[in-house]
Design a protein around this ligand. Structure first.
Ligand SMILES: [Zn+2]
Length: 460
């Protein structure tokens, strides 16, 4: 009786073990193929990584084929050691690294697919194992966008504005002018003969007499075309100016900044002056760059820019200012606009048509308006006593936008007027000059105008 039971237990155990073994060997989960390199475009030598894993029965074979149109090129065929019966030493995980070499793979520019087939040591499919397949699509693109300059002569001034007409192919996702490391984006313009024409305004730094200036165009794959163009950059010497700071000015002005910086109230007059003149000046310039980061894609202005009427400039663009207090040199800064003084509370006209993109307090600049004239051209009006327009409003050339004043870091009633390209201050003097606008912008745009039609001979 006991022996029978024992035998039954042994037989049952063996049967269960056999069934369990059978089930394990017949596992149905195929290898997992995970792409390591998440890339869409291939344009430079690189290694494509794939992780392949099979926890059930281990990896048996890996095959990689590159497919492009009629081409099918096997680039890897690997059998992995292992056993169908005893799977203890079978390989569970494998990293494959495929060096991408277009010549060796015989692939050409355009879309291509890598097909990865992996098999495991399962007894499924008549002992041939489970199969997994991953198709990964790429685009081989090593050709940078077409890029050429259409405008010919570019006469530039240190601290001034540059303007270039160029064309680039439709695959460009970023194009414009690079001045040293500062990028100025281009904007499309309508021109029947030049469907890919674009224009770009850029700023010439006032403090760098010989920057590197290039046209660039980049595609989605990261291919970049760089083209230099002919230009003549005239050096400019900017003025030096000294400004005496009085106790009266400090006592009157510093408390106005307490609301934006409570550390000022505990400081000496000169420390508070230095914090506003340096830290807050930098902060305000950062804020202005942020405000001018986006611009309307079309040009909104017409004709020369207007200057505050009946006003004499008291400080010019890029004047190097030395601040004196009690006869001592305490600070230096550069003045990035033109100060125009007229009668107190004079009406301020919009220098040209555009869109008001900022109206409000702007630290050292006091009550300020910034107008976007499109294609990255901006004008800025500071130290105003009040506003006649609001943010988001369209204005026309000459329309009253506010009244002069002495808000912010201003000693007396005047208009601080600035022009900006992107977020960079440029000399407004060029924009007030009709000849400069004609020679440097209008004549270049005429390249895009369709050729004049010859009057056809009339029938007699
Ligand atoms: Zn000023």
């Amino acid at each position: 009786m006991n022996k029978r039971i024992l035998l039954l237990v042994v037989i049952l155990s063996l049967t269960f073990a056999l069934i369990w073994f059978w089930i394990r060997k017949l596992e149905s989960e195929g290898p997992k193929i995970i792409q390591g390199t998440k890339t869409k475009f291939l344009n430079k030598p690189q290694v494509l990584n794939f992780e392949i894993e099979d926890r059930g029965s281990g990896l048996r074979s890996i095959q990689v084929t590159v497919v492009q149109r009629d081409l099918q090129n096997e680039i890897l065929n690997e059998e992995l050691p292992g056993s169908l019966l005893w799977g203890k030493k079978n390989i569970i995980r494998r990293t494959i690294q495929i060096p991408f070499d277009p010549a060796a793979m015989k692939v050409k520019e355009g879309p291509l697919t890598l097909v990865i087939v992996a098999r495991d040591y399962s007894w499924r499919n008549k002992l041939t194992g489970n199969i997994s397949l991953l198709e990964q699509s790429f685009i081989l693109d090593r050709i940078p966008p077409n890029l050429s300059c259409l405008s010919t002569q570019h006469y530039l001034n240190q601290g001034g504005t540059g303007f270039v007409v160029y064309q680039t192919s439709d695959d460009s996702i970023k194009d414009g002018v690079l001045v040293d490391n500062a990028f100025y984006p281009g904007f499309p313009v309508k021109a029947a003969n030049y469907p890919q024409a674009r224009v770009v305004y850029f700023a010439l730094p006032y403090d760098q007499p010989a920057p590197k200036i290039e046209l660039i165009s980049r595609d989605e794959a990261g291919n970049e075309a760089r083209v230099s163009f002919y230009y003549l950059l005239k050096k400019k010497k900017f003025r030096q100016d000294s400004l005496t700071i009085s106790d009266d000015f400090l006592q009157r002005k510093i408390p106005q900044f307490f609301s934006m910086d409570d550390t000022l109230s505990g400081m000496s007059l000169t420390d508070a002056f230095l914090r506003i003149n340096n830290y807050w000046r930098d902060q305000n310039h950062r804020q202005i760059r942020e405000i001018c980061r986006k611009s309307q894609p079309e040009s909104l202005w017409e004709g020369r820019f207007l200057r505050l009427p009946d006003a004499e400039p008291s400080a010019l663009f890029a004047d190097h200012r030395i601040y004196l207090y009690g006869g001592k040199h305490i600070d230096e800064q550069t003045h990035l606009g033109v100060d125009l003084a007229s009668l107190a509370h004079s009406p301020v006209p919009a220098a040209n048509s555009g869109l008001v993109i900022y109206q409000g307090d702007l630290g050292i600049y006091g009550k300020t308006i910034i107008i976007d004239h499109g294609q990255n051209v901006f004008s800025m009006y500071s130290h105003l006593s009040n506003f006649s327009v609001s943010c988001g409003q369209k204005v026309t050339r000459g329309q009253k936008i506010g009244t002069t004043g002495d808000t912010g870091w201003a000693g007396g009633d005047h208009l601080h007027f600035s022009m900006l390209i992107g977020g960079t201050f440029v000399n407004p003097i060029e924009w007030w000059d009709e000849h400069w606008i004609r020679d440097n912008i209008k004549l270049k745009l005429e390249i895009l105008a369709p050729p004049q039609q010859q009057p056809s001979a009339s029938k007699q």
